[in-house]
Design a protein around this ligand. Sequence first.
Ligand SMILES: [Ca+2]
Length: 154
Amino acid sequence: MVSINIWFESVVVEFQFLQSLDKLLFLCRMNVPAGCTTELNQTGFDFFTSMFVKHDKDHDRALSPEELMTLFAICPNIPWGKQMFLGVQTNDKGWLTYSGFICQWVLTTLLDVNRTMEYMAYLGYPINEEKSQTEAINGIGKENSFVLILLNHL
Ligand SMILES: [Ca+2]
């Protein structure tokens, strides 16, 4: 793995390149200071909505076990255990609904923003000279004190 740190005023951006599965990924991480939190912004909501719509093949607004497996097929695993589904909306079959899917990402971003950005990379969030997963995340709290490590597809 190769890491490059770049300082922008009070923000450190660290670029990491590593081999994961059969792809070279550009990793993105935030070090969230005490007293600060993170949340998905509209760009993040739009990305995960597009993932849901793409993989909800029968358009029933829920992800069957097969649809869920297909969505995360390019990831090392599904980012949440079965117990996580107990706290979000599922349909009468216990399948994750659109609301439940988005709530899972909202919660994941709040509790472990690096996990969200890692999975955004696996799921193909677009990256170029002007875009990275960090544009899908809002930091709330102290002014510009986040440490960033970026992770994206190359
Ligand atoms: Ca479905």
